[in-house]
Design a protein around this ligand. Structure first.
Ligand code: XMP
Length: 584
């Protein structure tokens, strides 16, 4: 895979691995010699235009080496541009579903074997290939794109305008299979589960006669990495610390304790650092300041542990659960990249990394492969199927406020003056929330309306619907508030109810993540409300708001309203973009 900076690159590489074929991601400009071992090359899509000065490019020799090449979207443009075709800069573009029509010449196409005459595909592009490079022919079109699939079988170079890697492209898997098996001649050589023995051997080689130390989080990656090291090296040579920040959900510390107790008594210690985090947080109301404080405290706690345990001496190296996408430098920088720098790159840890004293057994695997390995190691599903949970914990789900103000009526609904984050383009911005007074029923597609409302209503990032409240919306106000033990406890109680009901009903497995958020919105002595935020996603980069079954929502609201201090229950209807998954 040559990465041109698009979010789809890893999705394609993962798809190829799902077909049982090994795939690795390289920057698009990688020299042909470095790709010598590849049987074929796929160039990913990306957000650029080939005519922009700084857009990613590639070595032309890769295209003329005789090795099969498939360009997808931007990769398709790049092939055409570099081999002498013409790409037109589009201003509007085409985003969404289209019908792929095969041309008469498709009968000969190895790439399109088994694809029906008219099938649905998913498009996301501005630019378009206007004239083909010499030697190429068109084998499929859509109503708005005359060059949806182009091929030069003599040179073994192919380009597709749509995205075969997404589920909405019906013949996508077939096309990728045709490319890797019949055009590249690959054989099935990849199975993450079967690599366990090899990984354990690599761990033993890297670690030598030293010991391994982990900061575990209770999440899938660090637990699987820890377990692999434990198996490879045996008990007594692997130790870990779990930092309890006081910002975890109900039962979390006990869950982590039990998980690791099963792996061996005392292998992981719990460091109780609740007050280290809660004390400075009590003074913070501003969302990014809260994040900053947590990052800083984490650094301090980690350095303290490294120092007091003598982990900087030569007998120890650091183990981390870094997975494949985290190891790749890609064109785009994501927020999670900067977040990870906080925890994984503090000075003491950086010193260990720079000295080569680090072992990262999962560095070649994707998340779903890490889960498969975890299953093979016998780790429980309750751990492996966990939803992602953010490092800063409940702090970013417990909103604070430095204003004390009533909601205001606007034509679209009620403006709630809390600060919640959204993404527009690449930037994060904080803005108030729009509340509407309609019950979010699975039958009504209120989410489309929500996107439209965010676009139309200036300075609003998301839309919530009222599910239940003790007093009507017009009587609600936002209260001046900070993080307190009491508010965290309220959030934990509500979150525990939601999690229990989702597990029992099976709804848990229908969503990718389900943040439960406490906002300082209420009336009289009940000064906080709960927002339910279930979403569906592939990788967290984009997400769809999901409406839960009506009966489950009503039962959940009823149980939540049984908590004495809660003023109301709301439902977040906003997709990402324009909202984010978390509220801060
Ligand atoms: P957003 O809110 O940006 O979240 O749409 C995308 C995904 O990232 C998770 N997230 C974090 N994970 N540390 C983490 O380890 C963080 O600071 C952090 N912030 C957000 C979020 O839960 C979602 O899965």
């Amino acid at each position: 895979m040559l990465d041109t900076g698009g979010q789809y690159c890893h999705l394609i590489a993962r798809k190829i691995r799902e077909l049982g074929v090994s795939s690795e991601v390289f920057p698009s400009e990688t020299a042909p010699e470095k790709l010598a071992g590849a049987r074929g090359i796929i160039i990913s899509g990306g957000p650029h235009s080939v005519y922009d000065d700084s857009s990613p490019t590639m070595e032309q020799a890769v295209l003329t080496s005789g090795k099969p090449v498939l360009g997808i979207c931007y990769g398709h443009h790049l092939i055409s541009h570099l081999l002498g075709g013409e790409v037109r800069k589009g201003d509007k573009g085409e985003f969404g579903l289209a019908i792929l029509d095969l041309a008469a010449s498709a009968g000969e196409s190895k790439l399109l074997t088994g694809v029906a005459d008219r099938e649905q595909v998913w498009m996301s592009h501005r630019d378009v290939v206007m004239s083909l490079p010499p030697g190429f022919g068109v084998t499929a079109t859509t109503s708005t794109c005359d060059t949806a699939v182009i091929e030069d079988p003599a040179r073994n170079v192919y380009g597709v305008q749509f995205h075969p890697e997404v589920v909405h492209s019906a013949p996508g898997t077939r096309i990728l299979e045709n490319f890797v098996f019949s055009i590249c001649g690959c054989t099935k050589d990849w199975n993450a589960g079967q690599r366990v023995a090899l990984v354990e051997e690599q761990i033993r080689r890297t670690v030598g006669n030293r010991n391994v130390f982990f900061f575990v989080s209770g999440g899938v990656d660090s637990t699987v990495a820890f377990t692999l090291c434990l198996r490879a090296l045996g008990p007594g040579r692997v130790a870990g610390v779990y930092v309890d920040t006081g910002l975890m959900r109900a039962g979390e510390t006990e869950f982590v304790e039990q998980t690791f107790e099963k792996l061996g008594h005392g292998v992981v210690e719990i460091a109780h650092c609740e007050e280290d985090f809660l004390r400075p947080l009590e003074l913070a109301r501003e969302p990014e300041l809260k994040r900053h404080i947590i990052g800083e405290e984490f650094v301090k706690v980690q350095e303290r542990i490294i120092e007091t345990r003598g982990l900087l001496d030569d007998n120890w190296i650091l183990g981390q659960g870094t997975i494949y996408p985290d190891t790749i430098e890609s064109g785009g920088t994501t927020k999670s990249a900067t977040i990870k720098t906080h925890h994984n790159r503090v000075p003491a840890i950086r010193a260990l990394i720079e000295a080569g004293r680090i072992v990262e057994p999962l560095a070649e695997f994707y998340k779903d492969e890490v889960r498969a390995i975890g299953r093979q190691l016998g780790l429980p599903d309750a751990l492996l199927d966990r939803h992602p949970f953010p490092g800063p914990g409940l702090a970013i789900r417990c909103l604070c406020s430095d204003t004390d103000a009533a909601v205001t009526r606007i034509p679209e609904g009620w403006l709630v003056p809390v600060r919640s984050v959204g993404v527009q383009g690449d930037s994060r911005s904080y803005a108030p929330v729009l509340a509407i007074d309609r019950f979010p029923s699975a039958a009504a597609r209120l989410q489309d309306e929500a996107t439209e409302l965010v676009n139309r209503t200036a300075h609003v990032n998301r839309v919530i619907a009222r599910v239940a409240s003790r007093e009507p919306l017009e009587q609600q106000r936002v209260f001046d508030s900070v993080i307190t033990h009491g508010r965290l406890e309220l959030l934990r109680r509500a979150d525990a109810i939601v999690r229990e009901m989702c597990a029992v009903s099976g709804f848990e497995s229908q969503v990718w993540q389900f943040p439960v958020v406490l906002i300082p919105l209420g009336c009289g002595t009940e000064r906080d409300s709960i927002v339910l935020r279930p979403i569906q996603s592939v990788d967290g980069m984009t997400a769809d708001s999901v409406v839960m079954p009506d009966k489950l929502l009503q039962d959940m609201a009823e149980r939540l309203m049984g908590i004495a201090d809660l003023a109301g229950v709301y439902y977040d209807l906003t997709h990402k973009p324009p909202g984010t998954i978390e509220w801060e």
